[in-house]
Design a protein around this ligand. Structure first.
Ligand SMILES: Cc1ncc(COP(=O)(O)O)c(C=O)c1O
Length: 368
């Protein structure tokens, strides 16, 4: 495919091998090693946060956050969340024995619209799990207000929100916890990896124990934990990619701006409305089309042009029997049927964006 949907960013190979040589020299491969500690410190400084924990992936980041905040053992077993997200948002809840109660989304931002939660749904819940979808910050003020009124914990699945800012600060600063995915396809990555940012030190300390089997300082299991540690090889990749961050973020913002410029006035294409006080981080490039029938035709035509696209996120998680199908979410269900993500990765060029947009415009004309 000339234009894949994503392409992992590869750092300078010598940077990576230099880290690997130090790891070999130390023979310290995992368990809170020096590369991991350095990456935790660099990321905490980058986000201007205090309590950041690296973990093995973004799904475990969610599960550990739920356990650290006692969501999994809370007597109210429901959590309010969005159906417009990746499977892991709902599956991590179900895996922990928590019932996802799906709340509909805003039709323009695609984020959870917490004002749609009924009093009964709020009364039966212990927490809200919002997702900054495609990196677009949720309405954090509305969520915080509702959470305060109903004594709910707030966790943000911020898997897409690396380098996404709100009022000039990282959006990861919001919520009792925010989780990142550092998967190879993400804006910033460590091949596989994840991170949790906690508001409170006590939750962070509990999570640090949780990711290491629940061991206390004497290596005795104090409570039920899991192995969610990040290895030194993964942390080394994170350190090497970190050096490329200025280029990655500048390039992705430029690509997002170019897509917006080319597609803003095209009939039959609706672009995601970004938070007024945020800045598009260029993590993804979703376009909303007029119908599923048009989407199917456009996707086929783009494939024939060498442009890979992805129905991201489809289906709506509230329609997946395995996730319990709790809550009525007509807007999310409809948007899931009509949304298509276009190629977005650091190596993509502005000329590439122009070519992809030309293919899309031609495909739309043929489809209508
Ligand atoms: C919204 C969201 N949450 C969680 C995850 C899970 O992250 P990981 O693949 O690192 O486990 C992803 C992965 O793409 C995601 O998109």
């Amino acid at each position: 495919m000339k234009y894949p949907i994503v392409k992992p960013f590869l750092p300078v190979l010598n940077d990576y091998t230099a880290h690997i040589e130090t790891i070999f020299a130390r023979c310290w491969l995992t368990n809170n090693g020096p590369c991991l500690q350095q990456l935790e410190q660099q990321l905490a400084e980058y986000f201007n946060v205090e309590h950041l924990l690296l973990v093995a992936n973004g799904t475990l980041a969610l599960q550990v956050a739920f356990a650290a905040l006692n969501i999994d053992t809370h007597k109210k077993n429901n959590v309010l969340t969005t159906p417009f997200s990746f499977a892991a948002t709902a599956s991590s809840l179900c895996f922990a024995g928590i019932t996802p109660e799906f709340i509909d989304i805003d039709p323009n931002t695609y984020n959870i619209d917490i004002t749609k939660a009924s009093t009964m749904q709020l009364n039966q819940a212990s927490a809200i799990v919002g997702v900054h979808v495609f990196g677009n910050p949720c309405d954090v003020n509305a969520i915080e207000q509702v959470a305060k009124q109903h004594n709910l914990k707030v966790i943000y699945d911020a898997a897409h929100a690396f380098a996404s800012n709100l009022n000039g600060e990282s959006v990861l600063r919001y919520g009792d916890a925010a989780t990142l995915s550092l998967h190879a396809t993400k804006l910033f990555h460590s091949v596989e990896g994840g991170a949790i940012i906690f508001k409170h030190k006590a939750d962070y300390l509990k999570a640090k124990q949780l990711i290491n089997f629940g061991f206390d300082a004497q290596q005795h299991p104090e409570f039920v934990g899991i192995n969610a540690k990040m290895s030194e090889m993964h942390a080394a990749m994170g350190l090497s990619v970190f050096k490329g961050l200025p280029h990655i973020t500048a390039q992705r913002r430029a690509l997002a701006a170019r897509y917006a410029e080319r597609l803003a006035a095209i009939a039959g294409v609706q672009l995601q409305q970004w938070h007024d006080s945020g800045e598009n981080n260029g993590a993804y490039m979703p376009v909303l089309l007029n119908s599923e029938a048009v989407l199917v035709q456009v996707q086929k035509a783009l494939t024939e042009c060498g442009v890979q696209t992805r129905r991201y996120f489809y289906p709506s998680l509230s329609l997946v029997p395995a996730y319990g199908m709790q809550g009525s979410t007509p807007i999310a269900n409809n948007i899931s049927e009509r949304i298509l993500c276009l190629p977005m990765y650091t190596d993509l060029t502005l000329g590439g964006v122009d070519e992809i947009c030309e293919c899309l415009i031609t495909a739309l004309k043929q489809a209508s």
